[in-house]
Design a protein around this ligand. Structure first.
Ligand SMILES: CC(C)(COP(=O)(O)OP(=O)(O)OC[C@H]1O[C@@H](n2cnc3c(N)ncnc32)[C@H](O)[C@@H]1OP(=O)(O)O)[C@@H](O)C(=O)NCCC(=O)NCCS
Length: 145
């Protein structure tokens, strides 16, 4: 099930975040700001493999209404089971212009393969976007096809 983020989800989201982005995890305040900015498009994936609701959250996505993916992550134990695909597909379905884009670390081969598999194309590079590392811009939609 994919549903909007609620406050009790935050501890689990922070746990997933720290394991997914060890170099630069978002903190509590950043997630709160993102929630206030994008309450409709901060979504969590809830699985069925744990009794506790909190423990069943295995991934999340945050995107702007225009289609900018701010962040997407799946708990390492739940990767390669289609959760990222479902979260990204939801964003692809609801953005009105059917155009989605994201920044990806040049070293993040796994995420690049994921986006390419989802039909995205690499459309640009932003030098030193992450301080000491470039970002690739990946895009899905009419202008990228
Ligand atoms: C990128 C990420 C969100 C993908 O989530 P996921 O739930 O594992 O992805 P899915 O299972 O839906 O994968 C869909 C397809 O993408 C491809 N793919 C996904 N992760 C991949 C990887 N690490 N290496 C190669 N291909 C990958 C595969 O083709 C996969 O299909 P398959 O498993 O049937 O072969 C997840 O790996 C993650 O949280 N990574 C750390 C955070 C991150 O890098 N986020 C993106 C930053 S821009």
């Amino acid at each position: 099930m994919i549903r909007p983020f609620t406050f009790p989800d935050l501890d689990r989201i922070l746990q997933i975040e720290r394991q997914s982005f060890p170099k630069s995890p978002y903190d509590w305040g950043t997630f709160m700001n993102l929630y206030y900015l994008y309450p409709q498009t901060f979504l969590v994936y809830v699985g069925e493999t744990c009794d506790r609701e909190e423990g069943r959250i295995s991934g999340y996505i945050i995107f702007s209404p225009e289609g900018h993916i701010i962040s997407i992550a799946v708990h390492p134990q739940h990767r390669r089971t289609g959760i990222g695909r479902q979260l990204l597909q939801r964003a692809m379905e609801v953005t009105p212009k059917k155009k989605i884009w994201a920044e990806v670390r040049k070293s993040n081969q796994g995420a690049q393969t994921f986006y390419l598999r989802m039909g995205f194309q690499i459309t640009g590079v932003v030098p030193n976007y992450y301080g000491n590392e470039d970002a690739l811009i990946v895009q899905w939609g009419p202008t990228a096809r």
